[in-house]
Design a protein around this ligand. Structure first.
Ligand code: RIB
Ligand code: CA
Length: 330
């Protein structure tokens, strides 16, 4: 793709199955140089998310010098609501339950380092090392970004680009009729981030639900490979398909978070539009709704755009890149 030198990225994540696929994608993509990965509460409590991150890194060969840190344990004001019913009690599709032929854990849990950095420290160190050359990709609730705006504003202002997986502009929500999960879990954080003047690109359900795969189709990606990373893709996603088939009914595993990473790999996949977007924080039925000002008015008669919003995607090309990176040789 188009990059000559790899784009330096920090990934902020609540791993989660699609987060894990996004991390696999990022680490397998020569267009990106992953310099930091930080966790945030969301799909699972942040401690579980950090354990999952170390478990993933233990299976992969992460770049030398990668900085890892743990972030917020709870949203700014709301109580944490997780998505373990989608991602499994461990957040990675119940990997704990999988055994080898010898009866040992196929994916042994890992011990966390004795001294764990904080997400804020990781972001500060990355900016100290790489200055304005960093793209932040957020795959979970925006709590860490909101905290950084308060305690480390100069760091956040240094980010060259902020790509946010979240929101639902012209499509229904997924956690409520109007709200997408990342916005719903911490609407106060999202509101604060959207009000800040950041180079923000929103990757909402409008495009991520165009990048999905059914269980049988994913099997054609993974069946022929003995590569442990491909085996992990198959093992992690089985439970997510259960939810997609039995609760959502469409049976598709949506690559929500990998689509946000694709935005950093190949921006030409997405069509974006400058829009003003805000987040409902007080609504009884509308908490977490992302409200875009798309009224047919002269520009000067409505709110100035505060972000680029992905409104369309080349879904076929996106799926082709995902398959080639997540399940090479398939
Ligand atoms: O709504 C989808 C988003 O919420 C994804 O990031 C998924 O991992 C969950 O965090
Ligand atoms: Ca996520």
């Amino acid at each position: 793709m188009q990059n000559i030198s790899p784009t330096k990225v920090i990934i902020d994540t609540d791993p989660g199955v699609d987060d894990a696929l996004a991390i696999l994608l990022a680490l397998a993509s020569p267009e990106l140089d992953v310099v930091g990965i930080t966790t945030v509460c969301g799909n699972v409590p942040v401690g579980q998310g950090t354990k999952n991150l170390f478990r993933l890194l233990n299976l992969l060969n992460p770049p030398p010098g990668l900085l890892v840190g743990q972030g917020a344990a709870r949203p700014l004001e709301e109580a944490l609501e997780t998505a373990v019913h989608v991602h499994g009690s461990d957040g990675l599709g119940e990997l704990d339950a999988l055994l080898t032929a010898e009866g040992t854990m196929r994916y042994p849990s890992v011990r966390l380092p004795p001294l764990l950095s904080t997400a804020q420290d990781v972001w500060n160190e990355c900016v100290r090392r790489y200055q304005e050359d960093i793209t932040l990709i957020t795959l979970g609730p925006l709590t860490n970004v909101a905290v950084a705006l308060k305690v480390n504003p100069l760091t956040v202002q240094k980010f060259r680009s902020v790509i946010v997986m979240g929101g639902a502009i012209g499509v229904p929500g997924n956690v409520s009729p109007v709200a997408e999960f990342n916005m719903y879990v911490d609407p106060h954080a999202a509101h604060r981030v959207f009000q800040a003047v950041l180079p923000l690109t929103l990757v909402p359900l409008d495009v991520t639900t165009r990048v999905g795969v059914a269980r049988d189709a994913l099997k054609t990606w993974t069946a022929a490979s003995r590569d442990p990373r491909v085996r992990l893709v198959a093992d992690m996603t089985a439970k997510a398909f259960d939810f997609a088939e039995q609760v959502e009914g469409h049976g598709l595993l949506y690559f929500h978070d990998p689509t946000a990473v694709l935005a950093a790999i190949e921006s030409s996949l997405l069509k974006t539009e400058p829009l003003h977007v805000d987040v409902e924080v007080v609504g009884r039925v509308s908490r977490g709704a992302t409200v875009a000002d798309r009224r047919h008015r002269r520009a000067e008669e409505k709110a100035n755009p505060n972000m680029q919003v992905a409104v369309d995607i080349d879904a076929e090309r996106a799926l082709s890149i995902l398959r080639s990176r997540l399940c090479p040789w398939s």
